[in-house]
Design a protein around this ligand. Structure first.
Ligand SMILES: [Zn+2]
Length: 1023
């Protein structure tokens, strides 16, 4: 599905602009679907964890921010408010939601009627209570039937389900979120008539279905559609008008029949409807841009994954209801249309409009993959076509060339030829995700597809990655689809893995390996939280479906596939397994077990390892193991335990993984065949002995960090590795060095001395990882105004990296890896106010402005240059002016990051309004504002104040909302802020209080607090 834009762009990747500290702790309370009826029993117990944790915080434990005396504060808000005032900023009005911080936790008076009971009222009250409790029990348990992989289990009581009431007052004949399995759609004929002047559309959907089981109802999805007429035809019978019932909370419609439809019968339902084009980023939505003459041009495009096809046409909107689609769209003559299939014919209508008719899809597909676009785009074509607005046509060549190469690669790698007749890649001006893999019509954000003439390889890497990801989906996701969203990782983990794998082969100059390594480190960080979830996890509500689009599905999914591939002998086992899987399930839906079984079948013949057994341990439980090495003479003992950033709440001690442990040692560490593999399946002490180990100086486990686990070597083991690196950094590969740095920070133990070897380090992966980790701590201390620590850290960072920083050039740099290194170093240097860095950046900006845009700033340096420039008021205005004129979007985004890095937080409001700054960029703006000292409190206030508008644009649970929550809360480390965050989110109720990212945010703040309490003393010593 969608490739999320943030991850693609590594906005936060390098140093300063990233908020990514430790987290964890609250139990991951899975929430249940909203009941159909008012659920009296649930209200009182909605947030037990939060309730417990908020109320009795002793005031003395509150840590105050920004140096205010405690006696000056009464309310939590004040900590934040006054500190902002201290900085001389005007303060935004707080939302009422925020003001009510503590209200859900105060004791409520009992109902007045029973407060001073007479004997009679007491009896009445007791009777009343008994009735209420009985009704509540009935209502509570019935809607419990939520959808799971195995469907809805029958209750032991024979009671009828409680059916909800339709919009027209009649009983709605279905009481679950998942659709009944009794009807299978076979084909859809869609006719759509969008009116881009009025921003509305009308449509006709003809659905041919077959009856699987006898039934008296047809239930399907429809959202925000006004159904004007419906007819039904059974077999060869006559079409008759039928009444359509609607139950809006579940986005379902239904037709009831007096006679049973019998299994095996075919029937046709025809629905006419009208609707508004959506003003958000999903469904059939309107988008606009300014052409080169400054005129506003409008267009309409679709984004259906995961649950929005139902907003464009009534349908069975679950991935397992695959069907064929035949689509017709009318348009004005100066527009064109695109859909999944090639255009079959165009006819002129009496109204003067044209009607484009597309071929029927040659394959069955899930509704979320249907797509269409009405616009006036221009294409360039080979065997693939790339479309953009006419002004940006010259930016499409790189995408065309890359897509052709990758398509050829996948056709041969999977040994299954791409099955549709055409493949279009389209850059949509207003687009929220990075891209969407609609079959045959992949839609992209402009930044994910278009490449400027002077773009660096690092910018091309972004575009190539997204294309590689979306093309992989044409097989993983489109041809073989997960049965339900609980296994989203089968789509996303695979597409993510294939994007790195394919680019390493097809475009090795892009150096994609560093990015993949970084992605694995970040996935480990998220999965080390107690609020993480299993790769394959139960999904119930629409919000939970949205939440599946996170780094566990994408990056952990990709990481465990890499681990599996790296542990198999030879390089073909894995490939053979996935070819078998694709062939076996072509056109069908699958679950995780299907995948492991396919791989096991191929693998078993050559290796005595049960892939299914091993990999299930990685997909069915959350988190990952910490492997501890204990070496004595010729013996090495390994143990594994569930690694949690906070072990205080280690409720999952029974977790056990089958770990394909790889290792190297000082006698052989660099050549590919040095790597040894074995599987660690037990929890406690597995001892291995080998005579020759007596002579070995050190062991490094998890070779190349291809495994999804971290390692603790014990004092002696770490010391030996540090010694070796201080003598010669090249005894380990850069990936292994980066892996040690990552593990060391994750463990927060006394191994900071590892960094002593850093003065000799010049390679990208270890330097960027160390910078990222040190910058995270730096920023946290900075936000707490620990000025002494901050200045000492600055000295420390410069002592490690100062000479490397000074050695960086500011000219064009060819190598991607060196660009990554340079931007990380210079961004840190300028953020630490290193004179030479600031001077160079200002000079480059001056040259750029004076040349009137002809002087080019190298792509990898644009962010640091624009950020430095934006700090002066005059340059900020210049930059804003440039921003509105520059046409190349990657450059525009970096300008935006510069604009958002200052105290001028107008940019937040602009992003929300969407005029000067597109609303699709708001998550990036919030992230950048939050990362600065002057902006992080503003950003937090901003989201509280504007929450309702935010969730209107970005659905609750969506990746954008996840990112916004993380950006605005991950740098808090005080009890006062913890209380604020907890209070705000719990007040949201159904508007977001139960999101997993809220749990993550709270866990992160607690971890930050804990890190401060526990580690500052040792950190102090180290500094
Ligand atoms: Zn994807």
């Amino acid at each position: 599905m969608r490739l999320q834009v943030a991850f693609v762009f590594r906005e936060n990747n390098n140093s300063l602009y990233r908020a990514n500290l430790p987290r964890n702790m609250i139990e991951n309370s899975m929430f249940e679907e909203e009941p159909d009826v008012v659920d009296l029993a649930k209200d009182s117990t909605a947030f037990p964890v939060l309730l417990y944790e908020v109320v009795y915080e002793p005031r003395s434990s509150r840590l105050l921010v920004r140096g205010l005396g405690e006696n000056e504060m009464d309310e939590d808000e004040e900590d934040c408010e006054s500190s902002a005032r201290l900085l001389g900023m005007s303060f935004m009005n707080r939302s009422s939601a925020h003001r009510s911080t503590s209200s859900p936790y105060t004791r409520q008076s009992p109902p007045r009627s029973c407060s001073r009971p007479s004997a009679r009222t007491l009896v009445v009250c007791v009777l009343f209570l008994v009735i209420v409790v009985s009704m509540t029990m009935v209502l509570y348990f019935l809607p419990e039937c939520t959808f799971t992989k195995s469907g809805c289990r029958k209750q032991t009581t024979p009671a009828e389900p409680v059916y909800p009431i339709s919009t027209n007052g009649e009983m709605f004949p279905w009481a679950q979120l998942r659709l009944p399995q009794s009807i299978q759609p076979l084909s859809y004929e869609l006719t759509l008539n969008p009116d881009l002047d009025k921003m509305t559309f009308t449509g006709t959907t003809v659905i041919t279905m077959t009856v699987r089981h006898d039934t008296k109802r047809i239930v399907l999805h429809s959202a925000n559609l006004n159904i004007t007429k419906a007819t039904f035809k059974l077999g060869d019978g006559k079409a008759t008008d039928v009444t359509v019932l609607e139950y809006k909370p579940r986005q379902q419609i239904a037709v009831k029949f007096s006679e049973e439809l019998k299994a095996g019968q075919q029937c046709v339902l025809t629905l006419n409807y009208s609707a508004n084009l959506s003003h958000t980023y999903d469904g059939f939505y309107n988008s606009s841009y300014s052409d080169k003459d400054g005129n506003k041009r409008v267009l309409a495009a679709t984004q259906f994954e995961p649950l929005s096809a139902r907003k464009a046409f009534p349908c069975f909107d679950e991935p397992s209801f695959k069907a064929t689609f035949q689509i017709k769209i009318s348009r004005k003559p100066d527009y064109m249309t695109l859909s999944n299939m090639p255009k079959a014919k165009t006819t002129s209508l009496p109204s003067g409009l044209q009607l484009d008719e597309f071929e029927k899809t040659s394959v069955k597909m899930s509704t979320y993959l249907v797509a269409f676009v009405v616009a006036n785009f221009t294409p360039i074509s080979k065997n693939v076509s790339v479309y953009s607005v006419p002004e940006k046509k010259e930016h499409t060549e790189y995408a065309l060339d890359t897509a052709c190469k990758l398509l050829e690669f996948y056709n041969s790698f999977f040994e299954i030829v791409y099955p549709l007749k055409k493949l279009d890649l389209v850059a949509i001006p207003d687009f929220l995700a990075g891209a969407m893999e609609n079959w045959g019509l992949i839609t992209f954000r402009e930044t994910s597809l278009l490449v400027g003439k002077q773009s660096s390889l690092l910018e091309k890497q972004v575009v190539a990655s997204v294309i590689a990801h979306e093309l992989a989906h044409q097989w993983f996701g489109n041809l073989v689809t997960m049965s339900w969203w609980n296994d989203l990782w089968l789509n996303e983990g695979f597409a993510t893995y294939m994007q790195y794998m394919s680019l390493q082969t097809v475009l090795p100059k892009l150096d994609i390996g560093n990015l993949f390594l970084d992605v694995r480190f970040r996935a480990l960080e998220k999965d080390a939280l107690n609020s993480s979830h299993a790769v394959s996890t139960e999904v119930n509500t629409p919000e939970q479906v949205e939440e599946m689009f996170d780094s566990v599905s994408y990056e952990k999914g990709a990481s465990i596939l890499l681990m599996l591939n790296a542990s198999l002998p030879g390089d073909q086992q894995f490939r053979k397994g996935i070819i078998q899987y694709l062939n076996q399930f072509s056109g069908l839906n699958t679950d995780t077990d299907n995948l492991w079984n396919s791989l096991t079948q191929v693998d078993v013949s050559t290796q005595h390892q049960n892939v299914s057994e091993m990999m299930s341990s990685w997909t069915s439980q959350k988190g990952f193991p910490l492997v501890t090495v204990d070496r004595k003479g010729d013996q090495v003992t390994l143990t594994q335990e569930h690694f949690l950033l906070t072990s205080d709440n280690a409720t999952h001690t029974s977790s056990l993984w089958h770990i394909p442990v790889t290792y190297i040692n000082d006698t052989c560490s660099l050549a590919p065949d040095c790597k040894q593999v074995f599987t660690l399946k037990t929890k406690s002490g597995k001892t291995y002995s080998c005579q020759s180990w007596v002579l070995i100086k050190w062991l490094k486990l998890n070779h190349g960090n291809t495994g999804f686990y971290i390692v603790h070597y014990g004092d002696d083991g770490w010391a030996a590795l540090i010694d070796a690196l201080i003598n010669n950094v090249n005894v380990l590969t850069p990936e292994d060095r980066a892996s040690l740095i990552h593990n060391m920070f994750a463990l927060s133990r006394q191994v900071l001395s590892l960094l002593n070897y850093m003065t000799n380090e010049t390679e990208t992966p270890p330097v960027t990882e160390a910078l990222l980790q040190l910058n995270n701590i730096y920023r946290l201390l900075d936000k707490r105004q620990e000025t002494d620590f901050v200045s000492r850290m600055k000295v420390r960072i410069l002592s490690y990296f100062g000479s490397l920083m000074r050695n960086q050039t500011w000219d064009e740099e060819i190598s991607v890896s060196k660009q990554e290194l340079r931007s990380a170093l210079l961004e840190t240097a300028c953020n630490l106010n290193v004179d030479s860095c600031i001077r160079q950046a200002k000079a480059l900006f001056k040259k750029y402005v004076e040349s009137n845009g002809t002087a080019h700033i190298p792509g990898d340096l644009q962010r640091v240059v624009f950020t430095v420039a934006a700090q002066s008021e005059e340059s900020w205005s210049t930059l804003l002016e440039k921003y509105s004129k520059v046409s190349y979007d990657a450059e525009k985004r970096k300008m935006l990051q510069g604009l958002a890095s200052t105290q001028d937080t107008r940019i937040l409001k602009e992003g929300l309004q969407g005029n000067i700054i597109q609303t699709q960029e708001l998550p990036l703006v919030i992230n950048t504002v939050s990362s600065s000292f002057s902006g992080y409190l503003f950003a937090w206030d901003f989201i509280q104040e504007n929450w309702n508008q935010l969730i209107e644009k970005f659905p609750v649970g969506s990746f954008s909302i996840q990112k916004i929550i993380k950006s605005t809360t991950s740098q808090f480390s005080t009890q006062a802020h913890l209380n604020q965050v907890q209070g705000f989110f719990s007040s949201l109720k159904e508007r977001g209080s139960q999101m997993r990212s809220v749990q993550e945010a709270l866990e992160t703040i607690r971890l930050n607090q804990r890190w401060m309490d526990r580690n500052l003393p040792s950190f102090n010593e180290w500094l």
